[in-house]
Design a protein around this ligand. Structure first.
Ligand code: NG6
Ligand code: CA
Length: 505
């Protein structure tokens, strides 16, 4: 090679190398979404009576957000928004769904998993679904669809709704797992079907007793919401449920490791009924709710270990969060109230699940991506509804004009490259409240101030409420009377965003 060619060679090499860095392999994305885990339920968010070493490790190695939210204070609307990028209050029928409800995400819609699939990802969901299946009157003995596979997932292993709702079976793709054709499943919400004992008629058969609701068909000694017959071989064992989901999640990671993958791992803990595996019983002083959180934490550790073992940790973005705020007694007599002690599931926040106070939607939210994200803390206002636009930016995908109308690209905040997230957010429970920077406005509401059974402050008040969360994160001083102009402006803005049908310009 002649000497004068050398600079050209170096230049070519340099260009090729920089192209390589720019087009670095897209990260795997693992979204671990706990169910009803509160802002204060983990060590890294201030819990002392509960030990969560694995979630704390994520926080230590990643970016911990202090003002990250779900859109809604219950599961179905929160997950609907996460997957579609649209506030749930914009679509009718997106409240907490029965176990036999129809799918509420229109097949073909531009969803988070569909977008990532277009970006070349394999997309798997494992765990709690609760967004409906089929088109109404689902036949559990045939192919159950449309469902996750029709809205963008390539792999699916789910429970239809929640642990406290029938049918208590898993679905692998379109099929109920381990179903015996000779013992078909029937499910009913409303009229009782079959002759299996119920919690209401045969409480003597129960090992976990309801405190409110949850008194219909007894499965594994626990009465549920809804009636179910058949499917004996397909019924899950509650104690084994987290291990089953973990195994499926690990299996998905193993089989997807060659290509970029997105795993939506939707754990059930610490939702009711809380029935941890015997190896976690007594792990905490808090009874089943605390023990379920210990099991959740262990499962997170197992996912981290799987990624480490496969050499995938460095270029995997893990996002750990929860679908709504905490609840203590959510319908079973499980000692959750009696054994709570001084622990505060919502930390300093007021309210919890079902609430328009911050405890309803502000949740733990940790991003760990060793290759790109520096460990630290972020006070940026971000929301799970933003994941669609943000991960589209991350993977170079364009958002169609009519897609994800409430999703903002907050990628710089998620990566810790900017302290700024979105500048406003609608928080949705029985009412809709507006966050604007540190300000929080809750419009007058006529509902009750406290949920009777779960004993949570709802945020409802006949008077307008205005809080300065920077000075008063616990929403204790209503400034509405002192600042009527801000109230008027925020009320108008809230109505305007709702009426516009979208948040993005
Ligand atoms: C409520 C249930 C509660 C829980 C919740 C859904 C009763 C009395 N209460 O209706 O136990 O299942 O729905 O929780 O039935 S969520 O996290 O899926 O939104
Ligand atoms: Ca939930």
């Amino acid at each position: 090679m002649k000497p004068r060619v050398l600079p050209v060679v170096f230049l070519t090499l340099f260009v090729a190398l920089s192209a390589l860095t720019v087009a670095a392999a897209p990260p795997n994305i693992v979204l671990i979404l706990a169910d009803d885990l509160g802002y204060g339920d983990t060590g890294c968010y201030g819990a002392t009576a509960l030990k969560t070493p694995n979630i704390d490790r994520l926080a230590r190695e990643g970016l911990r957000f202090t003002d990250a939210h779900t859109t809604s204070a219950t599961c179905t609307p929160s997950r609907f928004a996460l997957l579609t990028g649209q506030y749930a209050f914009r679509q009718k029928g997106t409240g907490i769904l029965a176990g036999d409800a129809a799918l509420i995400i229109e097949p073909g819609r531009f969803t988070l998993p569909l977008m990532l699939r277009k970006a070349g990802y394999r997309t798997g969901v494992v765990g709690k679904w609760h967004l409906g299946l089929g088109t109404g009157g689902v036949d559990w003995n045939a192919e159950v669809k449309p469902g996750p596979l029709e809205v963008g997932f390539t792999d699916s292993y789910i429970m239809a709704a929640t642990g406290d709702r029938v049918p208590c079976v898993f679905l692998d793709g379109h099929r109920v797992v381990k179903l015996d054709a000779a013992d078909p499943i029937a499910v009913s919400y409303g009229r009782k079907i079959g002759d299996e004992p119920t919690g209401k008629e045969n409480p003597e058969l129960l090992r976990v007793h309801p405190s409110h609701g949850h008194d219909q068909t007894i499965i594994n000694g626990i009465s549920r919401i809804g009636y179910m017959t058949g499917g004996q071989t397909a019924r899950w064992v509650d104690e084994d449920l987290p291990d089953t989901f973990l195994r499926e999640a690990q299996g998905f990671i193993e089989r997807s490791k060659g290509a970029p993958f997105f795993l939506y791992y939707a754990t059930h803990e610490p939702h009711v009924p809380r029935v941890p595996h015997p190896r976690f019983v007594g792990a905490t002083t808090m009874g089943p709710r605390g023990d379920a959180i210990a099991q959740l934490d262990w499962s997170v550790g197992e996912i981290l270990a799987t990624l480490d073992r496969l050499g995938l940790a460095e270029n995997t973005l893990i996002l750990f969060s929860s679908d709504n705020g905490p609840v203590i007694n959510d319908g079973y007599r499980d000692e959750s109230v009696a054994k709570l002690g001084a622990h505060q599931p919502g930390g300093v926040l007021r309210g919890g699940k079902y609430s328009n106070f911050e405890g309803g939607t502000r949740v733990p939210f940790i991003v760990r991506w060793p290759a790109r994200v520096k460990p630290g803390e972020s006070a940026a206002l971000v929301c799970q509804v933003d994941l669609l636009a943000s991960f589209a930016a991350l993977t170079g995908q364009a958002l169609p004009a009519d897609a994800a109308p409430d999703s903002f690209d907050v990628l710089p905040a998620l990566l810790g490259e900017s302290a700024l997230g979105r500048d406003h957010l609608i928080e949705h429970a029985s009412n809709t409240a507006l966050r604007s920077g540190p300000w929080k406005y809750i419009p007058p509401g006529n509902g009750s101030k406290r949920t009777a059974a779960t004993n949570i402050e709802t945020g409802n008040d006949p008077a307008a409420q205005l809080y300065d969360l920077a000075a008063d994160p616990g929403e204790t001083r209503n400034l509405a009377e002192e600042q009527p102009e801000r109230v008027t402006a925020m009320a108008a803005r809230l109505e305007q965003i709702k009426a516009a049908g979208r948040s993005r310009p």
